[in-house]
Design a protein around this ligand. Structure first.
Ligand SMILES: C[S@@+](CC[C@H](N)C(=O)[O-])C[C@H]1O[C@@H](n2cnc3c(N)ncnc32)[C@H](O)[C@@H]1O
Length: 264
């Protein structure tokens, strides 16, 4: 799967390729990342990519012509590499913007199963709207806050997609128990030591059930912690899981007993 990134700051991406589990995705070629420095597509001595906004006001706007040249180059390279551009094969052009659809695991899964994407990282006040109207397939936001550029959102998306590629996580089941995979938040996790000393002389112990070796009881305990955390922090996810028929009768009984969320 191939991702092309149009950015003013390609140097921000290098560290991500070299560390952690996601490194394996790039080394094994499961993800190919091609960076397109926008300045390479600017004209004139100053290689300008931005200009003042029509109508006045603060800040600068990324101009459409360098972006169009960069996008043409991306499309040509994808065709040359045999990445289909016909209907159904064309990789979407994703523009990162606080005004976009919020990135979530459902979108990550969708992208992880697709042909990759062209990622467009904005800077300054943003991108000339005419370029967005002409070319962008999807606008994606990281959340309700404003960053100084789209590079960090692009890295976030790449990281989330990379870890879903087969063979990237050593234990294939690992991401299946992550938050959102089954629509709920993940349960808490514990490791050694069994007894963690406290400053007051006491200890914080690992929940006994996790030491029992009883797989059924451990699985139920994890499911219940997951349900409880989700009900307390994200009742919207409980409602969605219920609507999708993903809660068992046992789950519903447990939630009723918790008495912390609206009854179905
Ligand atoms: C300073 S921001 C521009 C913010 C824009 N004027 C607005 O208020 O919506 C510069 C760039 O950072 C990126 N960006 C900032 N916040 C973001 C967010 N929450 N999600 C995704 N991209 C973001 C976008 O690519 C944006 O074009």
């Amino acid at each position: 799967m191939r991702f092309d990134v149009i950015t003013l700051f390609p140097e921000l991406f290098a560290p991500h390729l070299e560390v952690g589990v996601t490194r394996r995705a790039y080394v094994d070629g499961k993800l190919q990342l091609q960076l397109w420095p926008l300045r390479d597509f600017a004209e004139g001595n100053y290689r300008r990519v931005d200009d003042r906004p029509f109508g006045g006001g603060p800040g600068m706007v990324m101009m459409a012509p360098p972006l169009e040249r960069a996008l043409d180059a991306v499309h040509a390279a994808r065709v040359q590499a045999g990445e289909g551009t016909g209907a159904g094969h064309r990789a979407p052009l994703i523009h990162f913007s606080p005004t976009g659809r919020r990135l979530d695991q459902a979108l990550v899964r969708e992208l992880a199963a697709g042909p990759g994407a062209v990622l467009l990282c904005g800077r300054y006040e943003g991108i000339d709207q005419r370029f967005i109207d002409r070319h962008v397939d999807m606008e994606v936001s990281l959340g309700d806050f404003v960053l100084s550029g789209g590079e960090l959102p692009a890295l976030v998306l790449l990281d989330a997609v990379a870890r879903l590629q087969p063979g990237v996580l050593q234990d294939a089941a690992s991401h299946q128990q992550d938050s959102f995979e089954d629509g709920l938040l993940d349960c808490p996790h514990y490791s050694r030591p069994e007894q963690l000393p406290r400053a007051d002389g006491g200890v914080d112990a690992v929940p006994q059930v996790l030491l029992s070796g009883h797989h059924g009881r451990i699985a139920r305990w994890r499911r219940e912690r997951s349900l409880e955390l989700t009900a307390r922090r994200r009742p919207d996810l409980i409602a969605a899981a219920r609507a999708a028929g993903r809660l068992s009768r046992e789950d519903e009984r447990f939630l009723q007993a918790l008495d912390i969320e609206p009854k179905p």
